[in-house]
Design a protein around this ligand. Structure first.
Ligand code: SF4
Length: 273
């Protein structure tokens, strides 16, 4: 028997659907996870763009973007998500240069001077039945007609067409939050894939927002049942290669009950370097 979560975010919903066992380790048992280069690089780029957008619209030049990234790098050099990667100076130089490439790619996708942002890194939470849904919106803005636009930066690869709607489900989640909290449904939701320069867009409707609450409630019921029965099934996939919990996964001969003690010990070893 595990405690049932009372709130869900889009990433938690997708994590449970991808692999209930990994969800148990990460979100129910809350095992410490060592930072990864892609995740830390993504956070660094998000921070650089947040700093850029904190400037007045007409000050958001390419030079300002470089300065914002430099400021973010100074912050991250002291952040455990970076220091626990234990990169050599040469590896760190590659890491920062890849972050700079993503910021440059962003600048080729749109002119930040043209964006009328009204919120950055917004932490939103709204009730949906017995549950609370929450999420962080990278950027909320107004289009020329004064309609709300939700923008989410992605630093990984764009999904194939088969997975596109799954990714958009997370952003429809944000449109539910906007409607619940601001009383207005966004006119558009956009995923900006900085690596490839692709933008995936969707127009939320009453139906898509309703779909999010129905889908999330169904996922939450499945999580509740798994918490009550302790039956979190492993779902092997290509994600297993990068899974921090593979050694305790029964699909690979591991024992989940050993995870809490051993994960804490191995995380302490990572921190110690
Ligand atoms: S190794 Fe694969 S199946 Fe096992 S918990 Fe991780 S993602 Fe799930």
């Amino acid at each position: 028997m595990f405690p049932v979560p009372t709130s869900l975010s889009p990433s938690r919903v997708e994590s449970f659907l991808s692999c209930p066992m990994a969800f148990r380790f990460a979100s129910i048992e809350k095992l410490p996870e060592p930072p990864s280069i892609p995740a830390t690089r993504g956070s660094l780029v998000h921070r650089a763009l947040e700093l850029l957008f904190m400037l007045a619209q007409n000050e958001r030049s390419a030079e300002a973007a470089a300065t914002s990234l430099a400021t973010a790098i100074v912050e991250y050099r002291a952040d455990p998500d970076f220091t626990n990667l234990h990169l050599s100076e040469a590896q760190a130089a590659v890491f920062f240069s890849e972050a700079a490439d993503l910021v440059d790619s962003y600048l080729r996708m749109e002119d930040p001077k043209s964006v009328r942002d009204i919120g950055l890194e917004l932490r939103l939470e709204a009730p949906a039945g017995e549950l609370s849904l929450r999420g962080i919106i990278d950027r909320l803005e107004l289009d020329p007609e004064g309609q709300l636009i939700v923008t989410d930066y992605k630093t990984g690869r764009a999904p194939s067409a088969n997975y596109e709607q799954g990714r958009l489900a997370g952003v429809h989640f944000y449109s539910f939050l906007c409607e619940a909290l601001f009383g207005r449904r966004p006119a558009r939701i956009r995923l900006m894939y900085l690596k490839t320069g692709e933008v995936i867009e969707a127009t939320p409707s009453a139906q898509s927002v309703r779909f999010i609450t129905t889908r999330t409630t169904a996922v939450w019921k499945a999580i509740e049942k798994a918490c009550q029965t302790g039956d979190f099934k492993p779902r092997p996939s290509t994600l297993c290669g990068g899974c921090a919990f593979k050694q305790w996964c029964p699909a690979f001969g591991g024992t989940p009950e050993l995870a809490t003690v051993e994960a804490t010990r191995s995380f302490a070893a990572v921190v110690a370097g």
